[in-house]
Design a protein around this ligand. Sequence first.
Ligand code: OXD
Ligand code: MN
Length: 625
Amino acid sequence: MENVKDFLKSRMSNENFVKLTEIKNDRMHKFVAEAIELCNPKTVFVCTDSKQDADYIRATSIKTGGETPLKTKGHTYHFDNANDQGRDKGKTKYLLPKGVDLGKRIASCEKEQGLAEIRGFFKNWMEGREMLIAFFCLGPTGSPFSIPCVQITDSAYVVHSENILYRSGYEQFKKAGSGPNDFFRFLHSQGELDGAVSKNMEDKRIYIDLFDNTVYSVNTQYAGNTVGLKKLALRLAINKADKEGWLAEHMFVMGVHGPRGRVTYFTGAFPSACGKTSTAMLPEQTIIGDDIAYLRKIDGQMRCVNVEQGIFGIIEDVKPSGDPVIYKALTSEGEVIFGNVLINDGTPYWVGMGKDTPDEGINFQGKWKKGMTDADGAVPPSHKNARYTIRISALANQDPQINAPEGVPVGAVVYGGRDSDTCVPVEQAFSWAEGIIAKGASIESETTAATIGQAGVRTFNLMSNMDFLAIPLGKYIQNNIDFANGVKNVPPVFSVNYFLKNKEGKYLNGMLDKKIWILWAELRANGDVDAIKTPTGFIPKYEDLAKLFKESLGKEYTQQNYVEQFTIRVPELLAKIDRVEKVYRETVSDTPEVVYKTFAETRDRLNQAKNKFGEYISPFDFLNK
Ligand code: OXD
Ligand code: MN
């Protein structure tokens, strides 16, 4: 291409050319021009921050069948291919130049080969279609956390989702003049369509070029694979954060409301579908974000922001009794996209919504009838990973600091997982580093429907960020440990487990009990309660929990409940350390020595306790010792 501007002018309407070139960034013009040359669209639409452009995107998504309006004003639904219902880890790879290695656990392919392959999939794929170009900002705009981004796609559903989920960034780009050079770039095409749904699942590819801050995704529509700013940007951000000394985490951010009006901000990393959103949404607390946080040190304080402004949440089991705030927003007028739910008579239904679903309708695989089966057994009315997309501002519990440019102070960090037989419901780590290693870097979770593959398999998932890591694992752990250096008040680290069962396989906790663990952690973070020291950390005292259960849930909490839930299960805990250590020894060549040292120390403490008290130790034994 001889002259980028001339080329752009020849391929765009004057109105759109002017909109694009009001941004004076040559790198941006080149990215757009190359995408046009490769994909060969019929027309190009440049989306500014105006309401008019946002309305055009939503209307286009409806016109092209990417979304269909529902009865309630502002609501639409979208379907993905039956084989495109989750993040596709098998088709997601880093493009790495020869000689670069991210270790065994991170999927990659040779850059030139991968680029050639993916370019082949994009070649002329937008012929006859409109290319959409949209600008966003990760994190609040005009903040030390902001990362400007551009999304190019032929899917109005993708841009519409991003308009809900992210802060718009066109004006920010304009203001930045000729910079920045290192903004994130996302190129996506739905590929061939069957109706309005991506068809060629075999040719689905999600390739990430860390060295060019660019992600390519093709032949897919599921938002986790296509909405560039979500999990694709997280990968680029982890790489950028490593170079610049901050953290990009798979974490919620919430305001936990303690006594006398005190608010302590928590960040929490949980694997997908393990209670992360419902924790961030706990009654009487306030939400900043439910999925991705950036953490920076500012004036000796750890501070964080929500990268997003909306929620792409799992809808299964969202019902008035468990998630009243979301349920209300999902059943009120306002902009919501429902994904892969059951539709009957212009109304969305989902499994576990607290009322009966109709006997027929349409869902992600076409017409649906009660009793329908396929090769995998019963076809559910809504997919297990069916979703809703909504702005946090539509929720009654939005925290007032959500857009604060300097973010909020991190008052505590929580790591969660789906673990039926090992960890107690809540426990505080001995220190920041011990928490990073024994809580965050040791997360194992039973897999869920958020990714394609078998659910319920216990899987190693350090910091719940495993799927998105873009740097070697050992380096990532070390960065997390070092992040506390120079911080004046280092926040405490906790683990929580909402999924503990007894020997008979019965859950030991109710859905709302998570509120108690979080409120206890808030008291602990502020030095308001004592705790019991166990070999794996500090656990609550019975009387503090009983008081919280009574005051906050109006529930009687018996000593028997407490003992069942907080018994230290030595054989299971030792087995977990063995499993996790094996992962590090066999697959992570750069594991910091302190990780093994921490495992050895925990093992010793567990063995000593076993010699003294036996294999299953009541919390009262530690008190009476
Ligand atoms: C998500 C995920 O959608 O982690 O948040 O899959
Ligand atoms: Mn997530």
